[in-house]
Ligand binder design. Structure first.
Ligand code: SF4
Length: 342
């Protein structure tokens, strides 16, 4: 590790300007904080955090929708972290305290098992291309899903397009690249390195990015060769597109990003909770979902601010009492900062 840090210092010295590298994966966010990688960087190399946590980027409207379905006596299952994300109408955990049938699951198989008892169960399906194939499989088996699954690349593209933040290079998400392959990243004309999740992986990716920047290159390189292929996992991608089409995705911090949301195809629409429970959903007052709060998750997700700049950080908002989604998920920037950053 010392050797690679020495090389990063050497190359940073040659670049002689401030460089901003963004990681866009919750697991990278954790690794950077856990191993103190920011502190190991030369002065002109800045590591920023982007929208890599699927719980964090879930829109307030979607939280409010699923909580209202639960309160309307429809059984709901979802992955553990999502239970605690507060919306205007409370969280799924709070709905359960009020008597709603809400189940935290660790796998899609668990949701399928619960459905055997509660045939009208709705699975609140979230995540990027990594978890979407499992949900597609469950829909084929007859599970009703409220899909907030998202395709990740459009968010990286949106950040570049918005241009409110300087991004000299992306440390690209290894898990997602394992599924979609390295090829789709070529659509972005910015230095990129797909990285694994050990400290050495991330440091090597930083070195590779700096080398590109020094040589005025903007290509996609793959540091995570042990897992990522150019074509990705075609079987998993096939499973996704058997069941889903790409449509508008509603992201916290961004709003609607076209072609970023996995929508259930017409062929499977009888398992689409947004259609099945349209009457209930149409009655929800979403005007409250946009009410401004002191939580700055929306800016943290876009890399504009750090958790320490939030006035609530570790005062009112903490992992045991989360005010926003970035403090709920163990991959959320606020949660990670609260645990690892002094
Ligand atoms: Fe939101 Fe809490 Fe993070 Fe502040 S510290 S941005 S309130 S999650």
């Amino acid at each position: 590790m010392e050797n690679i840090i020495k090389k990063i210092n050497e190359i940073a010295g040659k670049i002689r300007r401030d460089i901003f590298l963004m990681e866009v994966c919750g697991t990278h966010t954790q690794a950077v904080a856990k191993y103190g990688l920011k502190e190991l960087m030369p002065k002109n190399i800045n590591l920023t955090t982007g929208p890599g946590c699927p719980v964090c980027v879930t829109s307030q409207e979607d939280i409010d929708a699923i909580v209202n379905l639960a309160l309307a006596d429809i059984p709901v299952a979802t992955y553990g972290d999502m239970m605690r994300v507060p919306g205007y109408y409370g969280s799924l955990d709070q709905a359960r305290e009020k008597g709603a049938k809400v189940f935290a699951v660790y796998s899609i198989e668990e949701a399928l098992n619960i459905q055997k008892k509660y045939s009208d169960l709705v699975f609140f399906g979230l995540g990027f291309e990594t978890t979407t194939p499992m949900t597609a499989y469950a829909i084929k088996k007859g599970l009703t899903v409220y899909s907030i699954h998202k395709s990740f690349l459009p968010a990286m593209q949106a950040l570049l397009k918005i241009g409110e933040l300087k991004i000299d290079g992306y440390i690209c998400p290894g898990h997602i690249a394992t599924i979609i392959g390295s090829k789709p990243f070529k659509s972005m004309k910015v230095p990129q390195v797909i990285a694994g999740f050990e400290a050495e992986d991330i440091l090597l990716a930083i070195f590779m990015l700096l080398k590109q920047i020094l040589n005025n290159q903007a290509v996609v390189e793959n540091e995570y060769l042990r897992s990522v292929r150019e074509q990705g996992n075609q079987k998993a991608m096939q499973e996704i597109f058997d069941v889903f089409d790409l449509g508008d995705g509603n992201w916290r911090g961004f709003g609607i990003i076209p072609k970023s949301g996995f929508k259930i195809k017409k062929l499977y629409q009888k398992f689409d909770a947004k259609i099945k429970y349209k009457k209930i959903l149409d009655q929800i007052d979403f005007s409250f979902s946009q009410k401004p709060t002191n939580c700055i998750c929306h800016e943290i997700i876009r890399g504009l601010k750090t958790p320490k700049q939030c006035p609530l950080f570790k005062k009112i908002c903490a992992p045991e009492n989360p005010i926003g989604p970035c403090m709920v998920s163990i991959e959320g920037a606020c949660n990670v900062f609260a645990r690892y950053v002094k």
